[in-house]
Design a binder for this molecule. Sequence first.
Ligand code: 26Q
Length: 828
Amino acid sequence: MQKKDWINTTVIPEVAPLKSDAHALSEGFYRYLRNHLGHFLRCVPFYLYEAMAFTIRDRIMEQWSHTWQRYKQPRTRKAYYLSLEFLIGRALGNNLLNLDLEKPTSEALKVFAVDLEDLKQEEPDAGLGNGGLGRLAACFMDSCATLQLPVIGYGIRYEYGMFLQHIENGYQIEDPDHWLRDGNPWEVARAEYEQTVHFEGHTEHFKDENGIESVRWVDTNDVIAIPHDMPISGYQNKTINTLRLWKASATRAFNLAEFNAGSYSDAVEAKNNAEHISMVLYPNDSSENGKELRLRQQYFLASASLKDVVRLWEETNGEDYTEFAKFNVFQLNDTHPSIAIAELMRILMDEKHLAWNEAWAITSQTMAYTNHTLLPEALEKWSVSLMQRLLPRLMEIIYKINEMFLHQVSLKWPGDTARQARMSLIEESSEKQVRMAYLAIVGSFSVNGVAALHTRLLCEGLFKDFCELWPHKFNNKTNGVTPRRWLAYANPLLRKLLNQTIGDEWPADLSKIKALRDFIKPEHKKFQQQWAAIKQANKQRLAQLVKSRCNVDFDTSAIFDVQVKRIHEYKRQLLNILHVIHLYSRIKRGDTDNWTPRCVLIGGKAAPGYHMAKLIIKLINNVAEIINEDPDVGDKLKVAFIPNYNVSAMEIICPGTDLSEQISTAGKEASGTGNMKFMMNGAITIGTYDGANIEILEHVGEENFFLFGLKAEEVSAAKEDYMPQDIIDNDPDLEAVMALLDSGHFNLFEPDIFNDVLATLRNPYDPWLTLADFRSYIDCQQRVAEFYKDRDAWTRMSILNSAASGYFSTDRTIAEYNKDIWKLKKLS
Ligand code: 26Q
């Protein structure tokens, strides 16, 4: 595309806005199906979905261009959310809700005897994320649009999203997720705004015509970044924000040279190499160290996005950067895009000819960093040698940043060389490494954790030295979830009841939901019955899903006990399964007086290279098979592992859950956000004193939360003399559970396969202290079972959980980011 051929359209004809009644929508739908897609009503259902998506997109477009024009006005401060992951899920249903088009759309389809619900299922999930961090980015985008804040999301348009999981013989099998195979009706490619990203080559230091020391980065291999924009609709407010996703493509120049040299296959190979950058999302939710392609992805995102912002800036301000920091702020979603700090320095110095101090003042007042982990092993590091080869100019800049920084440290703590070594951006190991979190802290004006405990522990632990140096930089922003997708959309029955009971303002102002508290009084018996009936209907819907995906029968009168999240040892799915085995053992012993029937659902993906996580999946499946087949067990206990847990599955799962399992080792889960989705939908949490669980407990009151286990400080202390075998020997229930596992009861024809699991449980150095919390967990589950028998009391507790969930809306989270960090003006 030739950028020089811009044409100004000066005459804009009067165009009436599109109508959005059922008739207009059915016309639009039919035109798309027939004239655009070339199909008639006898066609595969995907085309019906596509035609409706285009019809809705037309309505979005009008508002989108208006929002975009507004954001482009001079002196409009904007924020940019830089993230390697945006776990969006499906868009159609969410857009219909936000545009208030659900009713006319479903009516429009009735004319064709098509059911809107069926058609929604045709949309593949946009699974451009691993888990919490990616989904948080998606919820944030939703809240920014709803709060009418000028925030642009920048990410990568992965051709393949998070792998699809299926189970074979109890084991996880990964299948590629080619979500773009049939096209994506929601995206708009904007080839005219492509950017060039440099890699490799070398640097040349020289004096420019004014005798000023300058640097050129030359002989680079370049990749083109092509933006693909996705609309992010605000809730019934005519605001459409933008998520700009970059696709990698080979440069024409590079290809041409190869073609002219007659080397067709080399040219195609170069094209392939370039396009690999945006080919696939890395499926690890803790850092997989050292993969060159991952560093390429990070720099590709950072460089293309910064250049795009610089282009927008120069459209109105020319090359004057004095006020750049006043009007722009970047939020770095973990360290993944933190190379942006060095890249902004490079652009300002090498391309815009600012001096170091000017460039540093701008950069360090423009960048803000969010940390999402407490696990020291998950902190990103990149080897200096890889950086020098791939990004030679950026490595020089990082060294210089470090030099200036360590000088500052030495002034504050003279002679404390140990501290200098500890705080250095470069780890002086045998293979030198760049500590990306330290780069992010040094280069940012704000550093935040994602829950109160997490932020406190960061300052006491991982980032202690930095908190002492710059206490003012550190702040907390407790996570949230969007109540539009996770309550209004996922739970339409409850939405209706809420609207009737507390009015319809809660989706845009979840603090209103506290009005529910009143409805636990005896005079609101009818409301409580309706609440219980809705939970029952949602359990029915979940039971159908479990039947179709797992072929397990869940009886809706049982307690629905659910743990869905990435499979990780610190999240302790093992503790959950030990409890399941304990219940099974009680049933087999006949210890079933006053039994509360229970259906346990577990789901989540394991990183493909994480052996223990994959073995845990196999164990869950084997245990489920034995229990579900056993006639002695019957309906007392059912266990299912739901394959391919994703955003769309959670939309069915969280409204149908009674008990939300949030059982991480205290001090390990930064926040958790699934816990909030469950709470909003009236599930009760069984959880440790960890992450945002603590704040959930504080909001709902401890009498409405099932708390168990060691606290973070106690975990550290318990590690000193943790002796799991002693714990087993002193607890007959645990002894019985371990005996079943040891005997191979769940792997009779697969000898020894669970030995590694058994060894970690018995390991005195088990970092997750699973057995230390066994007794407390089992006892707590017993209290849950007792309590569930009083269904009216349970319903009141359920209501109180929803009523206390107002704080956990991302609208509150984003309002705090804006007040403390972004300082944007709301625009309408
Ligand atoms: C890094 C380098 C190379 C490859 C992969 C990665 C990588 C990718 C994803 C590292 C980490 C992640 C994701 C982390 C994550 O999801 N963390 C979760 O973030 C949530 C939102 O703040 C919290 O609620 C969770 O507690 C936290 O675990």
